[in-house]
Design a protein around this ligand. Structure first.
Ligand SMILES: NC(=O)c1ccc[n+]([C@@H]2O[C@H](COP(=O)([O-])OP(=O)(O)OC[C@H]3O[C@@H](n4cnc5c(N)ncnc54)[C@H](O)[C@@H]3O)[C@@H](O)[C@H]2O)c1
Length: 360
């Protein structure tokens, strides 16, 4: 039962990204944290004390927090191999959920979940947070107003540096295919796919290259080297809706890039460029009536583009409304494209996304 129009959320998984969600929740009036869950007892105690969560609302078991009667909705921030399980339990127990990306470990999990969801839909959002960047929201509006004419080409990058050998990052779950599904592709590339679908539309085909640059990392528990079996780098070309050509690169080994997700859209009349490192600015290259040539102008994004993933999640639960929010379906489509990219890289040829048997 929701009281005073405030959604009481249960947060599962209290690691790095949960901190970001907890910070955001503290700034939103329509959602609060009422329960938490983690298998790491030390972290559970620390976050419980920090958030003022009573002992009986601190859980170690995923199903216990989902079925807790005071919890109106779930925010799931667990490692990738648990995403499908948490969404499935939320469907079974009719609990609205915001689940982190990537959607699932692989397309098989995604298909199973889709079958279940189609028969029992619940309010569900996937953590494609970057479409909420003010400049991304503004760019979307400009595209809808045809500001750059017909879009011909989209260039998308998502680069981080933490994986580069000089940083000596140890073996983490992110380097283990059984837990992560993929490396840079599912971690960062899932956002690239979402941004392209947000701005342009559906993917029709992909042609990909994947590389692992650091193939062994030290396991801090045993002190021994462990084999990395996911990608550090993935690039792909794509054909999207309306025959838009796409060029995509993601890497965790780009020294100098801390968290750089940038999108450039090239249209017949101009170009738009947005980057999450400059969330309130947009580069617009167009020609107005007084100019002879298109000119680059960097504009400040109007303040109205200020909604957030979790304010939209609360809105969806309270008022059953939402516009341009990342849905279950966006997660499902995203996973299918990820698997087509992997298949293309393995086979060395183009793959059509709608091909059920994933043949190019
Ligand atoms: N949307 C974004 O921009 C974004 C950014 C970072 C991470 N993420 C996603 O968030 C998820 C978590 O990433 P992270 O960086 O916070 O990882 P993390 O390792 O820092 O945190 C994961 C937490 O889940 C807990 N956990 C593991 N198994 C559990 C279980 N069975 N029950 C309850 N808790 C359990 C761990 O103890 C840990 O505290 C990943 O899927 C990742 O892809 C999304």
């Amino acid at each position: 039962m929701i009281s005073n129009n405030v959604v009481t959320a249960g947060v599962i998984g209290l690691g790095g990204m949960a901190n970001e969600h907890l910070r955001n929740i503290s700034r939103i009036n329509s959602i609060q944290v009422g329960a938490i869950c983690d298998v790491n007892q030390e972290l559970l105690n620390k976050i419980g004390d920090q958030e003022g969560i009573s002992q009986n609302k601190r859980f170690n078991n995923i199903e216990d927090i989902i079925t807790s009667p005071d919890v109106n909705a779930i925010i799931s921030v667990v490692p990738n191999n648990l995403h499908a399980k948490v969404i499935e339990l939320c469907i079974l127990h009719r609990k609205p959920i915001m689940a982190e990306k990537p959607f699932t470990l692989n397309v098989e999990e995604a298909e199973n979940l889709n079958q279940l969801y189609k028969q029992n839909p619940i309010p569900c959002m996937i953590g494609f947070i970057h479409r909420y960047t003010p400049s991304f929201q503004y760019a979307k509006k400009l595209i809808e107003k045809n500001a750059i004419g017909q879009i011909r080409h989209i260039d998308v990058r998502y680069q981080q540096s933490f994986g580069a050998p000089i940083f000596k990052v140890p073996y983490l779950w992110r380097f283990n295919k059984a837990v992560a599904g993929t490396g840079a592709l599912g971690d960062l590339g899932a956002h690239m796919i979402d941004s392209a679908r947000f701005f342009v539309g559906e993917f029709h085909s992909v042609s990909a290259l994947m590389k692992t640059f650091v193939d062994k990392r030290i396991d801090l528990i045993t002190g021994e080297e462990k084999q990395v079996d996911v990608d550090d780098f993935t690039s792909f070309q794509a054909i999207l809706e309306n025959d838009v050509a796409g060029n995509f690169v993601t890497t965790r080994n780009a020294i100098g890039s801390s968290n750089q997700h940038a999108v450039t859209l090239y249209g017949d009349c101009g170009t738009l460029h947005v980057d999450i490192e400059r969330p309130n600015e947009i580069d617009i290259i167009v020609k107005n009536e007084l100019e002879t040539m298109p000119v680059l102008k960097t504009e400040r994004v109007p303040d109205i583009y200020n909604k957030t993933l979790l304010s939209d999640f609360a809105e969806l639960i309270l008022n059953k409304e939402g516009h341009d929010m990342p849905t279950f379906y966006d997660g499902y489509k995203n996973q299918k494209i990820i698997d087509c990219i992997i298949y293309s890289a393995q086979k060395g040829h183009m793959v059509k996304v709608n091909s059920l048997i994933l043949e190019g």
